[in-house]
Design a protein around this ligand. Structure first.
Ligand SMILES: Nc1ncnc2c1ncn2[C@@H]1O[C@H](COP(=O)(O)OP(=O)(O)O)[C@@H](O)[C@H]1O
Ligand SMILES: [Mg+2]
Length: 404
């Protein structure tokens, strides 16, 4: 798929901007602070309903305004779709598809598919586990939009369950609370099992692409892998000791609890969670929080047999981050072959972060995608391998006079 038009109203620095885009590679060049990332962020938001820079919507609204609009014309094969997304300060965001009546923003998920690379991606390796869980869940929702509901169901139950555990910790736990907790356990087990099942399947799909992408970006001397570590497995295996990590066992496969869980159905995982909640209950009541569930799981990233986090060099860290994004691109592309459409690649300011070798290799890998949008402050950072349209970003948009 590709974006043919993008219009923003009161989004970030833009009161109004209208861009025409083309399939193939477009490099947007403009000085720092001119608004390049704001444009890319808007496209990413249209795809995922979240920003790669901020966790709330407020900064997306132009200072002093109450409502931002993102409008886009998306072309998939022969078919054009007009998407509109209204971001509101005071009420729920809304969308429209082909000028329909307003729909929930969530109904837009999965229509515009993007893979966004940004300097913030370093957090995929260096950040806490929530960055990696978010990576998985965002991709999951992009591929299977109904999982947005799975996520929000889970988050809702978790919040309510935590509130109950917290009140128990405050010493206000009664038999009535215990019965309520049993009910929350059932809900959380079911929602958690669905999320876990989907994540495990996704990690399996990512795995070969991650390995290949990393090999392509580097000299191939180390192998990249991702191992999903579930708190469920830890609690069921718990013999009183701390969970083993790959580094302690020296063997990624032996430390991969996902091996077993992957064979279980959603129903079986639900049963396992109920069992695990029972085991963990006393501890949870003491601590006042939910200790078991996908909200505490980890996607461990490995280079050879060592964890990437804490061990990888700066260059290796970047290669791992890029490989994760490339792997999501390829997973989406696999889906595209079965009736979808290739996602739009967005590379926001990443070339400046990479050494010459990685720049060239990344450029060679991405240059064949259906649409690639690249931003840079300095054109010299863009490797020559990345041929295509060059446009200049000026205050308020693209300089149509200065396109090559
Ligand atoms: N909500 C907002 N309202 C108005 N201006 C904003 C808002 N958020 C960011 N900006 C402005 O946008 C500019 C940064 O744009 P950005 O797209 O990050 O630049 P770059 O071209 O370097 O990627 C800054 O000048 C910042 O003040
Ligand atoms: Mg930027």
């Amino acid at each position: 798929m590709y974006l043919e038009k993008l219009s923003l109203t009161d989004f970030r620095s833009y009161a109004q901007v209208d861009l025409s885009l083309e399939p193939g590679v477009t490099v947007l060049v403009g000085s720092n602070g001119i608004g390049k990332t704001n444009l890319m962020e808007a496209i990413g938001y249209l795809a995922t309903l979240s920003s790669h820079r901020v966790s709330t919507d407020a900064p997306l609204l132009r200072f002093g305004t109450e409502r931002a609009m993102i409008r886009a014309k998306l072309v998939r094969g022969e078919q054009a779709t007009v998407l509109e997304l209204e971001i509101n300060a005071a009420r729920a965001n809304r969308g429209r598809i082909n000028r329909s009546n307003p729909v929930r923003a969530r109904d837009l998920l999965g229509i515009c598919q993007t893979v966004l690379f940004a300097p913030e991606d370093l957090a995929l390796v260096k950040g806490d586990p929530s960055s990696r869980r978010r990576f998985l869940d965002e991709l999951l929702v992009s591929l299977t939009p109904r999982h947005a509901a799975t996520r929000s169901d889970y988050d809702r139950v978790l919040k309510q369950r935590n509130a109950l555990l917290k009140s128990a910790r405050a010493g206000k736990f009664t038999a009535g609370h215990e019965a309520t907790l049993d009910v929350w356990d059932q809900h959380m087990a079911r929602a958690g099992a669905e999320l876990l099942h989907a994540r495990l399947e996704l990690v399996d799909r990512l795995q070969p692409h991650l390995k290949n992408a990393y090999a392509q970006l580097t000299d191939g001397s180390k192998q990249a892998a991702a191992v999903y570590r579930s708190t469920l497995q830890d609690i069921l295996d718990d013999d009183g000791g701390a969970p083993r990590t790959a580094i302690e066992t020296g063997d990624a496969a032996a430390a991969a609890p996902a091996e077993d869980l992957r064979l279980l159905s959603v129903e079986q995982l639900t049963e396992r969670y109920i069992q695990a909640f029972a085991t963990a209950r006393r501890k949870e009541l003491e601590r006042g929080i939910s200790l078991v569930g996908p909200h505490r799981d980890e996607l461990e990233l490995l280079l050879g047999s060592a964890p990437a986090k804490g061990y990888a060099s700066h260059g290796e860290t970047w290669s791992m981050c890029l490989s994760l994004r490339l792997a999501s691109y390829y997973v989406m592309l696999d889906d595209a072959r079965t009736g979808g459409s290739a996602p739009i690649l967005i590379l926001d300011d990443v070339f400046a972060e990479l050494d010459v070798q990685r720049r060239r290799k990344l450029a060679a890998i991405v240059s064949g995608a259906e649409q690639v949008l690249v931003t840079a402050a300095v054109e010299a950072d863009i490797p020559v391998e990345l041929t295509g349209r060059r446009v200049k970003v000026i205050p308020g948009g693209i300089d149509e006079q200065d396109c090559r």
